[in-house]
Design a protein around this ligand. Structure first.
Ligand code: HEM
Length: 162
């Protein structure tokens, strides 16, 4: 269903705010996780481990879901369509993958925060968890940057329908 000009601007504002906000929040997550990996101070590592949980639960996950949903609305409500242009389909796939990996990581972020709250010391496997979160958020940030570049450049290429 085509969006009216006013609604299209409104939903594009929602889409860009959610999507680029997601990217910024993942950058903040990465900065905290790198601090957790590099710091030798137990209290700092515990504080970082606890802070990652609300950042993920209240900011990153809602923004990711809002970006995906508003992106689909934007595609279906405009002449771009969901399966008409390669850049839109690639964005959809990359966003789905990034969201799935994010949702699969939430469990270990929760367990890290719980352990940092309950245990006074940082165990080796907690350090391993934080290192893995550095890799996941670093990779996620790269994927989100690729999606942003695709969104702005919108490389030509239509999907042929026989
Ligand atoms: C992290 C994920 C995403 C990011 C960072 C992102 C970013 C952006 C940005 C910055 C724009 C504005 C481009 C411009 O107006 O020049 C845009 C537009 C658009 N996005 Fe996304 N997007 C994401 C996910 C998605 C998804 C999942 C879809 C749907 C499959 C989608 C579909 C669209 C469409 C169709 C437009 C053009 C809207 C219009 O012209 O009204 N996006 N996106």
């Amino acid at each position: 269903m085509p969006l009216t000009a006013g609604l299209r601007k409104f939903s594009l504002t929602v889409h860009v705010s959610a999507s680029v906000g997601w990217l910024g929040a993942v950058a903040a997550f990465l900065a905290l996780a790198v601090t957790g990996v590099t710091s030798e101070d137990t209290q700092t590592v515990r504080a970082v481990s606890i802070a990652l949980e609300p950042l993920t639960r209240w900011v990153i996950v809602p923004l990711a879901l809002a970006s995906l949903l508003s992106g689909v609305v934007q595609a279906l409500g405009t002449p771009w369509g969901l399966f008409r242009h390669y850049w839109v389909v690639i964005k959809l796939l990359l966003t789905l993958i990034a969201t799935a990996v994010l949702l699969l990581t939430v469990g270990s972020i929760r367990s890290l925060a719980r352990r940092a709250t309950e245990q006074p010391e940082i165990s080796v496997d907690m350090q391993g968890m934080i290192s893995s979160l550095v890799l996941h958020s670093g990779g996620g940030l790269l994927v989100l940057l690729v999606i942003t570049v695709l969104s702005v450049y919108k490389p030509v290429g239509k999907i042929r329908v026989r």
